[in-house]
Design a binder for this molecule. Sequence first.
Ligand SMILES: O=C[C@H](O)[C@H](O)[C@H](O)COP(=O)(O)O
Length: 257
Amino acid sequence: MTVASGAPSSSQALDPEVQEDLKRAVAKKAVEMVQSGQIVGLGTGSTSALFIEELGQLISKGKLKDVYGVATSYQAKVLSRQAGIKTLSLNEVNRIDVAFDGADEVDSQMNLIKGGGAAHTMEKVVDKLAKKAVILVDQTKVVSQLGLVFPVAVEVLQPAITPVLRSLLALGGEPEIRSALRKDGPIVTDLGNFIVDVRFPNGIKDAAALEKEINNIPGVVENGLFTGFVQSVLVGVRDGNENVVVQLAEAIEKIKP
Ligand SMILES: O=C[C@H](O)[C@H](O)[C@H](O)COP(=O)(O)O
């Protein structure tokens, strides 16, 4: 299965309303994968927010029972509460059956860039602990090479920011401390750290190696490259007839930008 021909390439922006329709269609499809009694990892971001809303509706209609969420962020926790989904902390569960999460970029190997919402550290913990991680994206997120458009988010301990910036430069990146829209100065994550966005102007050739290299820098908490463990991606696509189609890719080499 490939993403439908006629779909705009990932570099082409979609009308925001169309993109929202694709995300909604993916969220609706994804909740069909949840079963009663499951513990579900809940990602962060606009696509995950739609998933949480749809999941809450199934729970409130009684179509799903005894489902608990494990939230990856403050946002996911608040949205879950609003949607009527009970959440448990990671320390209160002995398993996560399945995690649903968004992404900023996905390549054909199902490697990801995440962290546009600065939540990638706990997302990586929850997604990797889950028996299965399902990634929810619209067609604009599918790329031929990671990093050509989106920077890699790196969560950094505040006192280590300067040496970490130096090390990221030495890796060939162009690091920039993420600043807040409505606050002067850097954003501080749910975990109390800074975020550095690192651009790699020629794209990322070996995402798995770069993920490890960045995490080896002392002072780095976690970076937004997710490599080698995702096996399911739901992609919302607008086909040649302008219909919304949701495609499930379940093996590497199955997603084409
Ligand atoms: O930190 C945020 C997350 O990694 C999000 O899952 C990612 O940025 C995708 O978000 P959205 O669904 O809003 O594009």
